[in-house]
Design a protein around this ligand. Structure first.
Ligand code: AMP
Ligand code: MG
Length: 506
């Protein structure tokens, strides 16, 4: 991905006195084997595209942080200036991409600026798209406005849905040209998370035989992010089990909401079970278990229905990386790590069942539920019924009425009616109250998700210099369970959206 973009000349900015000064830089204390310190490369004449008040609140910043004269936040989060105490760096990681060992990858276009202490714990702040690093390989270190809007909006949409994710504090854009399939312009997303460590960080030190560094990284992670593992008889196996359990819960969230990540390489898997690295992701429109959202994924390795197995495969890669940490004979060590992965299966299966029951408005657990849920999904798949709207409209079913707007989503109306009879009988078992259940179902089945075409409309306007739709969509996506602001926010994908393709190009 060569770029003909010239390096940006930073707009000089004097260090603002009132900017947050409580930087921790705990990762920096690990030492140079883990990162390269280097300043971000800025963008000329940056503009704000959007910022997330929810993130600022998490950081404990005032609501006007982004426009305060004395903070110069636009310059800082466009890579043109730094606040005192920041220690920008790119970290090194490796990973398996599409099932194949890819060797060293690393933060090819991400700069960790440091950590901010908050009452809820420290949060790392990272710029994505602020120029090349020693890990950029053939890349230009940049991110285009199109993919940055998708990452910004989806990070905050996931948070709104209550799904674990890295957050997006703000998004800035510039006229700096960036070459992809065509010439586009640069943007920088500022992400925040308690930790951006990935499975790939651990794989890196295991595969390069840097076992002492591997142990220091694992100890660092346990100390700061998984302290309960310290007391376990085998802290590293306990850590693996923790990651397996959190990952299972995350994937259950994804499957329940119809989210397809698109590039579940091990370097995109968070050690904290967060949704990480938004690339060619997609929310399901018409339900298709085999849906492939990444145009570059010809084999469908990361198809929707495969995500649970792929996550488990990735956890095995992480277990492999943990091998050098384990004392004693290899065989016993391997066995202990495999055992630590076991809870993934039940956590995922039970977690998904629990979420599906809630989506159907069921409050008790009956043996027949699994079959009822499977048949509902089969029915949806047979009609390619809209995933989000099928669940949302199901909430309007009453003892006596099949709502027309639900029927409209299905081709085989008889099969739907037959299933609804079973559903009603099941609701009677727990004496479900229609109105109360409808309200509960609307609280777990979103009205609005970031459909590809919604993002596309915001992107096209932003590419013309109008960021108002990105900002409006952010507000709507932060409250996805509310009735939508506009009918078009919940509408099914229009015909023109069928041909939209998202790939790894970003
Ligand atoms: P991704 O497919 O986005 O998860 O990226 C895989 C690897 O490629 C990561 O190490 C990224 O940092 C790196 N990468 C992706 N795009 C670029 C780019 N434009 N410049 C430099 N590195 C990149
Ligand atoms: Mg990545």
């Amino acid at each position: 991905m060569p770029s003909d973009s010239a390096p940006a000349s930073p707009d000089p900015a004097s260090p603002p006195a009132a900017a947050p000064g409580n930087w921790l830089n705990r990762f920096a204390a690990l030492g140079p084997a883990f990162f390269t310190e280097l300043p971000p490369q800025g963008m000329p004449s940056p503009r704000w595209v959007a910022h997330s008040p929810g993130c600022a609140e998490q950081l404990g910043w005032p609501s006007d942080w982004w426009e305060r004269e004395d903070w110069q936040a636009l310059q800082v989060f466009s890579g043109n200036a730094q606040w005192p105490g920041m220690r920008p760096m790119a970290t090194v990681y490796s990973g398996h991409q599409f099932g194949v060992w890819a060797g060293q990858l690393g933060d090819g276009r991400a700069h960790l600026l440091g950590e901010v202490a908050t009452p809820q714990g420290a949060l790392e702040i990272q710029l994505k798209g602020a120029g090349i690093t020693p890990y950029s390989r053939m890349g230009d270190g940049r991110a285009v406005l199109r993919s940055s809007i998708r990452e910004f909006l989806c990070s905050e949409a996931m948070a709104g849905l209550g799904i674990p994710t890295t957050r997006a504090l703000c998004l800035s854009a510039s006229d700096l040209p960036v070459r992809r399939e065509r010439l586009e312009t640069a943007a920088i997303v500022t992400r925040i998370a308690p930790s951006f460590l990935r499975f790939g960080h651990f794989e890196h030190f295991a595969h390069t035989d840097q076992h002492e560094a591997l142990r220091r990284l694992a100890d660092f992670f346990i100390q700061h992010h998984a302290p309960e593992c310290q007391a376990a008889s085998s802290p590293y196996a306990a850590l693996l089990e923790r990651v397996a359990t959190q990952t299972a819960s995350l994937i259950a969230d994804w499957q329940a909401v119809g989210f397809c990540h698109g590039v579940m390489n091990t370097d995109n898997m968070s050690m904290l079970g967060l949704t990480l690295d938004y690339g060619p992701f997609g929310f399901m429109d018409g339900f298709d278990p085999g849906h492939i959202c990444n145009h570059s994924d010809g084999q469908g390795r990361y198809a929707f229905a495969r995500q649970p197995n792929i996550a488990f495969w990735n956890l095995h890669a992480l277990a492999q990386a943990f091998m050098p940490l384990m004392p004693g004979p290899r065989e016993a060590a391997g066995e202990a790590l495999l055992q630590a992965l076991e809870p993934y299966k039940t956590e995922f299966a039970q977690g998904l069942l629990r979420r599906m029951r809630a989506k159907l408005g069921l409050q008790t657990a009956q043996d027949e539920d699994r079959q009822l849920i499977d048949d509902w999904l089969r029915l949806m798949a047979a009609s390619r019924a809209d995933y989000t709207q099928s669940f949302r409209r199901l909430s309007a079913v009453t003892a006596s009425e099949d709502p027309a707007h639900l029927r409209d989503l299905f081709i085989d109306r008889e099969a739907l009616a037959a299933w609804l009879q079973r559903y009603r009988a099941r609701l009677q078992v727990e004496a479900s109250d229609d109105a109360e259940r409808a309200a509960r179902m609307r609280g777990v089945n979103p009205a609005v998700v970031l459909r590809k075409h919604l993002a596309e409309i915001a992107i096209r306007q932003a590419q013309q210099g109008d960021f108002s739709e990105t900002q409006r969509l952010l507000k709507v996506l932060q409250r996805p369970y509310d009735e939508a602001e506009r009918p078009s926010d919940t509408a099914l994908a229009p015909d023109w959206a069928q041909t939209l393709e998202v790939s790894c190009s970003s």
